[in-house]
Design a binder for this molecule. Structure first.
Ligand code: NAD
Length: 340
């Protein structure tokens, strides 16, 4: 059976999820939606995705620009087994009554609160629990990156406590509305940042404190992560676990990469679409174990890591494919060659 997927909100995340879904052998795009005409509407047309619009009175704006409109968002969701809601944070909650009325499953993004769905998803942790739910939330880019590595360490050593500092990009590369231009903004000045509690929406038992600041860059966040482990660990074992995980990438010493700028160049050299890095970029040289303390730096591509999780969430909710197989299928369909 092919899973019919609609993307409500064809922006930074939505357009990436659409391409990732279209690449899967067991899924098809039945439509994508937008609010207003812009360059992304031309891309949807070029890709062959039927384009639906939230406000049908705007149909002439699209059609006069040469982009056919297939109908309204309600017409789109009626064709779908599942909707990926990638509208801006807060809009998804407003869309919920529409999904309820039409009895269609929906996957929300990290801009929505955990309470919107009561279930927050990561394919490495709780894939099987998504089965037959109407609503699931794929946690934010930072939380996805934290959950992947914390859970992997927790399974092997047990995690006593996590302390993490997130150095966050100010805006996405294509976003012209946000700053800062010349500042480091504490996000927020109080502790913890929202990331710690958000990690606990997936890993309920993990003790974690987080702090965050925003810097004037656009490509990737950088995490400084420290975990106190319950069992003694070795650096070799930690590296072995990272290498074996399909979504934890190791940035190796000989690559000479020590910045987000070089990582972006490397993603582009790997011919990744839009230079996307779907996995955590863990810097091999930073991985340090002192007694039961583990330290590492990891880069997280804000626009990309949640994309593969959305694809797995679709399978988790709508099929009997098990977690490991879904992750393998998702990665393979994207030609996912790991960072070096
Ligand atoms: P975006 O602004 O790039 O895209 C949102 C799209 O939704 C736009 O195309 C907009 O026209 C459309 N839209 C707005 N209202 C709509 C409506 N009522 N119906 C249909 N379409 C509508 O936003 P984004 O960055 O892709 O973020 C989407 C979600 O993903 C948010 O919850 C965000 O927090 C989350 N997220 C974003 C990032 C990131 O780095 N950009 C990372 C992880 C998660």
């Amino acid at each position: 059976m092919t899973i019919k997927v609609a993307i409500n909100g064809y922006g930074t995340i939505g357009k990436r999820v659409a391409d990732a879904v279209a690449a899967q052998p067991d899924m098809e795009i039945v439509g994508v939606s937008k609010t207003s005409m812009n360059a992304e509407a031309y891309i949807a047309k070029d890709r062959g995705y039927p384009l639906f619009i939230a406000d049908i009175t705007k149909r002439p704006d699209f059609e006069n620009a040469g982009v056919p409109v297939a109908g309204t968002v309600v017409e789109m969701i009626k064709k779908a087994d599942v909707v990926v809601d990638a509208t801006p944070g807060g809009v998804g909650l407003k869309n919920k009554p529409m999904y309820e009325e039409h009895k269609v499953r929906a996957i929300y993004q990290g801009g929505e609160k955990h309470t919107t769905t009561g279930f927050s998803f990561n394919s490495s942790v709780n894939y099987a629990e998504a089965k037959d739910r109407q609503f699931t939330r794929v946690v934010s880019c930072n939380t996805t990156g934290l959950v992947r590595i914390i859970h992997e360490m927790d399974k092997d050593f047990g995690v006593e406590m996590v302390r993490a500092v997130m150095v966050r990009r100010a805006s996405d590369p294509g976003d012209i509305k946000r700053g800062p231009v010349d500042a480091i903004v504490l996000d927020p000045v109080t502790l913890p940042s929202h990331h710690g509690p958000d990690v606990q929406s997936v890993l309920h038992h993990i003790k974690i404190t987080t702090a965050a600041m925003i810097v004037p860059t656009t490509f990737m966040h950088m995490h400084v992560l420290q975990m106190t482990l319950k069992q003694p660990a070795t650096r070799e074992r930690v590296l072995e676990l990272i290498e074996a995980h399909p979504r934890l990438g190791l940035v190796r010493k000989p690559a000479g990469i020590a910045s987000t700028a070089q990582l972006r160049e490397h993603m582009s050299d790997l011919n990744r679409p839009r230079s996307d890095m779907w996995e955590n970029g863990i810097f091999e040289e930073s991985v340090s174990v002192v007694e039961n303390e583990l330290w590492l730096f990891q880069a997280i591509h804000q626009e990309a890591d949640v994309v593969v999780e959305n694809v797995d969430a679709i399978r988790a909710m709508c099929s009997d494919v098990p977690a490991e197989e879904s992750v393998r299928m998702t990665n393979e369909a994207l030609g996912f060659v790991a960072v070096k």
